[in-house]
Ligand binder design. Sequence first.
Ligand code: PCA
Length: 327
Amino acid sequence: MKRRIFIATTALAASVGFAGTAAAQTKWDFATAYPAHNFHSKNNEQFVKDVEAATQGKLKITPHFGASLFKMPEIKRAVQTGNAQMGEFFLVSFQNEAPIFGADGLPFLVGSYDDAYKLYQAQKPALQQLLDKQGQVLLYSVAWPPQGIYTKKPVNSAADLKGMKWRVYSPTTARIGELVGAQPVTIQEAELSQALATGVIEGLITSSATGADNKLFENLKHYYNVQAWIPKNAVTVGKKAFNALSKEEQEAVLKAATEAEERGWKASREVDAKSIETLKAGGMIVEEGSPELKADLVKVGEVVIKEWLEKAGKDGQAILDTYKTGK
Ligand code: PCA
């Protein structure tokens, strides 16, 4: 009996203590889709630490990696509806919602990270506006390394992609698949390894980083580093959650976000070089891709850009114009 009373008292004391700190502390969930060891994830983790330090622990953000809270395609909506306060998602996969989301997935528009950053600056105002309308604040956006082609069999021209079970992650990659006569299958990054192991896919376009993260050399033999585009993730916070913070906390979040964006772009470049080495060490044959393959892809890319512009209209054209004049 005595013991029970003791427990009850301690529990009461603990709960009072907890309520005391809980009132002063805001807790956010941060839904992400990529593995904890991925460079975006590490960058997000640093952001979370920076915010916690800058707010003296008043804003505690818990990152959930590897699509453990929501799958990638659900994350944007989760932030929009407040089911997660923060989220990271892959912009180009939302192109059907609004063509502007797909600007950084247009083939062979950019040829380097510097170009990709310029394109981001041209896209950013429209992106911020779109996300704002969807109840979110864009915190930072970081590029994946350039996208290349992974296959089981050697590929010398687009004709070799015909009939291939082709993993896609966006309307553009699906359209490219269609145009080259491949069989597009939508697979999320979190399910890549399984899809390869079970033979659901035989080829895909993604980055060196995703290839290394998922040890694609265990199932695929070739990487053609054609650098087709440099797409980005976006990290957003729900407006409601953001507006509920004090001015100082908001400033701390925005400062950490600016730093995360800078750090993330730098990490992306470094990770690209390292990942290519990892692929080679794993036994993958890494090549630039034949001139024929590149020429075929450029042709397909022209169709894709034309179709994108038809949908994106004046807003899309304005982004491309700003990008080109800013170059
Ligand atoms: N990796 C992610 C998005 C782009 C990339 O390089 C993926 O393949 O899903």
